[in-house]
Design a protein around this ligand. Structure first.
Ligand code: ATP
Length: 282
């Protein structure tokens, strides 16, 4: 068993953000978690990565409960399940290669970090990751000069510098236009297909989950209300996930990607969140 989530809960005071989630992942997979805003998707992903402490439950990765890890062991786990965020969380004024190299920070001494000294092998690896993601020409530019889609691919390269077994992506395309959304989702699919990494991706929209994921987990009010392959995701199930009534149409959750829309005559709807400049740095 690769990943086993057992009765995981998270309460914020009176709010039950996640209510006893349980599921297993046998082998490497690309999994989409869908649900409306506030369903608990971010909180759940952050518990896996230990950015948020669970209130109860266990998350076993290859048999080890990652929720009980502390100190260096916890940091190793955090590198092994690298996280990608909606707002990229890059350093805007720093160049692309340096941002990617920051993916190795927890493996380096404070002194070499302070002087921005990176081993040549790491620099070469960073550049080959940028090549793989089709953004090597941007390598020396400041991150703030890049489009959102390019920035998200830099964030993916930074995550891959840690050579993680899992990649957790929290709404990775919510700030992107349809074309950039496609480039980013294609990149995530490739790192699953080609490298065998497990990708767990929070998505607002059904159509993206259907198109890219082998398995979809639907959350509503902190609970799993659907878990299965995309072809079992009927409109009735979608209504339950999105808490919608009879008037629900899949178009309302669409961030549809142009080329795909033409083939399947799904209407194009702009992403809910417009692209925003990066203002936060973690
Ligand atoms: N740090 C926090 N303190 C208090 N309540 C929180 C905190 N983080 C999340 N919540 C609450 O937990 C619930 C689940 O939020 P969460 O962000 O996990 O949902 P989500 O499905 O990821 O939604 P979104 O797509 O809008 O991020 C919401 O009711 C939210 O208000």
């Amino acid at each position: 068993m690769l990943l086993s989530v057992k009765s995981v809960c998270k309460n914020f005071g009176q709010v039950s953000a996640v209510k006893s989630i349980t599921f297993d992942v046998d082998n490497s997979a690309m999994i989409g978690i869908i649900g409306r805003s506030g369903a608990g998707k971010s909180t759940f992903l952050r518990m896996i990565n230990r950015l948020v402490d669970a209130s109860s439950g266990r998350i076993l990765f290859k048999g080890q409960n990652v929720l009980s890890l502390r100190g260096a062991e916890m940091r190793r786990w955090q590198a092994n399940c690298a996280m990608i965020f909606q707002q990229f969380n890059l350093v805007p004024r720093m160049d692309v290669v340096s941002n990617v190299l920051h993916g190795t920070l927890n493996q380096r001494s404070t002194l070499s970090t302070a002087f921005n000294l990176f081993p040549r092998a790491d620099i070469q690896r960073a550049i080959s990751l940028l090549e793989r993601l089709g953004i090597e020409e941007q390598a020396t530019k400041r991150v703030e000069a890049l489009s959102g889609g390019q920035q998200q691919r830099v964030a993916i390269a930074r995550a891959l510098m840690q050579d993680p077994e899992m990649v957790l992506a929290d709404e990775p395309i919510a700030s992107l236009d349809p074309m950039n959304a496609q480039l980013v989702m294609d990149a995530l699919r490739r790192i699953h297909d080609e490298d065998g990494r497990t990708v767990i991706c929070n998505l607002h929209t059904l159509d993206t989950a259907r198109r890219y994921c082998d398995r979809v987990i639907g959350m509503s009010h902190g609970e799993v209300v659907f878990d299965g392959p995309p072809d079992q995701l009927t409109t009735a199930v979608a209504r339950e996930i999105y808490g919608a009534d009879e008037s629900f149409s899949e178009h309302s959750t669409s961030t549809e990607i142009r080329e795909h829309a033409e083939h399947e005559s799904v209407s194009q709807v702009q992403p809910k969140t417009p692209a925003q400049p990066v203002t936060t740095v973690n």
